[in-house]
Design a protein around this ligand. Structure first.
Ligand code: HEC
Length: 116
């Protein structure tokens, strides 16, 4: 009985680990693709990865949203809704809307910003 139990525990751990690895793999961020996509969409005109321009540096935005379970959702909303953005000179305008046929590219970019 004890032997059986330890076998099934091992099986359980193996299954748990493989499920975990698959889900981690599915969520893996591709930083190079994210940067290329941001460049292609002119995000770097107003943002630096680690430098403030008209918009805040992305390595400041990432940590602000990382601990928030809705962080990803909020950033996806930010990039699709044209929310009001406050510029350093005090004026406000609608934030650029990121248009793409490929939602995976947008999600990869957001996940990359969240990983900074
Ligand atoms: C014309 C300048 C400009 C461009 C282009 C621009 N941004 Fe921004 N972005 C801003 C400003 C200004 C803010 C600050 C908004 C605020 O704090 O009110 C901002 C804020 C953000 C935020 C933080 C949102 C939040 O709720 O704190 C993210 C994420 C972001 N931008 C991503 C992007 C991405 C991705 C692109 C390219 C598709 C992009 N931005 C293009 C000016 C710009």
């Amino acid at each position: 009985m004890k032997h059986l139990y330890s076998l099934s525990l091992k099986t359980f751990i193996a299954i748990t680990l493989s499920v975990f690895c698959v889900s981690v793999h599915a969520d893996a961020v591709d930083p190079d693709a994210a940067k290329a996509f941001a460049k292609q969409n002119n995000c770097f005109r107003c943002h630096g990865v680690d430098k403030d321009k008209d918009g805040p540096a992305w390595n400041k935005i990432g940590p602000k949203f990382k601990g928030d379970p809705k962080g990803e959702e909020k950033l996806l909303h930010h990039l699709s809704s044209g929310e009001t953005a406050k510029f350093p000179d005090g004026h406000e305008e609608a934030h650029m809307i990121l248009k793409s046929d490929d939602q995976k590219e947008i999600k990869n970019l957001v996940d990359w910003i969240l990983s900074l």
